[in-house]
Design a protein around this ligand. Structure first.
Ligand code: ADP
Ligand code: ASP
Ligand code: MG
Length: 471
């Protein structure tokens, strides 16, 4: 079989973790499989890089550069010494060179007092640039031949949207040509999170984007399966950090995972399903720290089990925009004006709800885009198209996901009755036409209670053993 295995930040956080990763690679290689590997930065490194870059751009203070370089050097060299003691010299030189390049660009940003999206992308790609050589050295230490590739060398061609780039269809052929010929003899170790434009300019694929890199490479090499190795046993009925008795879901469909990740389930990057779905590749989510556990299989066809609702997620960092005005009643084109204004400023609308009186449209957007969104829609008041625009940051979006909800009468009633009993006030509701997801908005502080109440209502901490039967 041909596998693409992606290892996340916690799975490669230190030498002990990387040795586990190499155990896994070795096991599947020894069984005669072809394995291509995508690796993330060590846990926390991307955050460090972003923090220092932002600080440099906003102040004349460059005192953060030296401690950053020292801490990255110490951490990666320590990991290298622990995971690949016989390859410290050669890989140490590579790490030192990369740190030198990083230091140069950080100093340039300080001198110019300017951080462009393009230079920021290059900087934040260093987490993966520093860590992948360590993983490759550890693979070599085990007697397996690695080939180290950055995202661009592996063939990921992207749009020029720095910070949120998307892979172009042309990536498929490039990845196939560059990676497939290596698979018989080598284990390609590919830096996640990054690609490049057609002009060769480095782009990043959005936070947590190594999952997306894994899926794009997996599709490009026509992998039989894509395995996302992480720090939990699989995709669960809710975030286990919030719901301690959340359970692993053995099967979920591509569409269910898309809904879950879009609404905050950090375990998968929202865009990472599309490449797998396009090629109908099975995706497994597995735990690096518990590798014998089967994990979650993500497949095209939903396995109908006894659950109508499979999982509850919530996303904190959102904001609501409420657009009011009697002028909107019966007037064609108002919604078009609103959405055009938002689209022109590249504001992504996550949820929409319109009251039937047409006197109100509410939108949910990413919190960081609130000022841009307000700037975009406020002129509509002056133009007399709407009466009033207000915003509210004190909200969060909760999503109830499950393919079984399609056609299951009364699910909405159960959701909102349970929330009422739990004392949670619902501010806005939206149901996708897929009926795979009912999402709603509550006050930010009510988010965790809403998730808890619904997890209990649909008894998601219980094992389901009677497929096809509704709870
Ligand atoms: P990695 O570093 O491997 O990419 P992430 O931290 O990005 O890992 O994602 C894994 C984390 O996602 C888990 O530790 C868990 O806390 C969180 N998570 C949120 N929602 C879910 C869910 N529904 N199922 C599993 N994990 C979830
Ligand atoms: N290192 C990147 C991040 O922290 C990508 C990833 O880990 O998936 O966002
Ligand atoms: Mg992740």
């Amino acid at each position: 079989m041909r596998f693409l295995m992606k290892f996340g930040g916690t799975s490669v956080a230190d030498a002990r973790c990387i040795l586990r990763v190499v155990d896994i690679i070795e096991k599947y290689r020894n069984e005669g499989h072809e394995v291509a590997v995508v690796v993330s930065a060590q846990r926390g490194v991307t955050d460090q890089l972003i923090a220092v870059a932002n600080e440099l751009a906003s102040s004349y203070d460059n005192t953060a550069i030296a401690p950053l370089i020292t801490s990255l050097r110490d951490r990666h060299m320590k990991t290298l010494e622990g995971a690949a003691p016989h390859h410290v010299t050669e890989t140490g030189i590579l790490i030192a060179q990369r740190l030198g390049s990083l230091e140069n660009i950080l100093n340039a940003i300080h001198n110019l007092q300017e951080l462009t999206p393009r230079s920021k992308d290059y900087i934040i790609s260093f987490g993966e640039r520093l860590n992948a050589p360590v993983v490759a050295a550890a693979v070599k230490e085990r007697g397996i031949k690695p080939v180290l590739l950055d995202g661009c060398e592996a063939g990921i061609l992207t749009t020029p949207h720095h910070g949120e780039a998307m892979a172009l269809p042309a990536s498929d052929g490039k990845i196939r040509d560059r990676v497939v010929p290596l698979l018989r003899e080598y284990v390609p170790v590919i830096m996640g999170f990054m690609g490049c434009t057609e002009k060769g300019i480095v782009t990043t694929l959005g936070r947590s984007g190594s999952d997306y890199s894994g899926a794009v490479i997996g599709a490009g090499i026509d992998a039989d399966e894509i395995w996302i190795w992480t720090d939990v046993d699989g995709i669960m009925t809710s975030d286990p950090r919030l719901i301690s008795d959340a359970r692993v879901l053995p099967y979920v469909s591509y569409l269910e995972v898309m809904e879950l990740s879009y609404f905050g389930a950090k375990v998968m990057h929202p865009r990472s399903i599309e490449p797998a779905m396009r090629k109908n590749i099975l995706v497994r989510v597995k735990n690096t720290f518990n590798p014998s556990y089967p994990g979650t299989c993500i497949v095209r066809d939903e396995k109908q089990d006894s659950r109508v609702v499979k999982a509850i997620t919530y996303i904190e960092k959102v904001a609501a925009i409420n657009i009011n005005g009697a002028q909107m009643i019966g007037r064609p084109g108002v919604a078009k004006e609103i959405f055009t204004a938002l689209a022109e400023k590249e504001v992504n609308v996550m949820m929409i709800s319109q009251a039937s009186s047409e006197a109100n449209i509410s939108l949910i957007i990413d919190e960081f885009q609130i000022n841009t969104a307000m700037e975009a829609v406020s002129p509509l008041v002056k133009e007399g198209i709407v009466r009033e625009v207000t915003s509210n940051r004190d909200v969060c979006a909760v999503a109830v996901v499950g393919a079984g909800m399609a056609g299951a009468i009364g699910t909405g009633g159960r959701i909102f009755s349970a929330l009422g009993r739990g004392g949670v006030n619902v501010m806005m509701i939206s149901q996708g036409s897929s009926e795979l997801n009912i999402s709603f908005v509550v006050r930010e502080e009510d988010g965790p209670t809403a998730v808890r109440v619904l997890h209990d209502e649909f008894r998601l901490s219980e094992e389901c053993d009677e497929p096809g039967q509704q709870l």
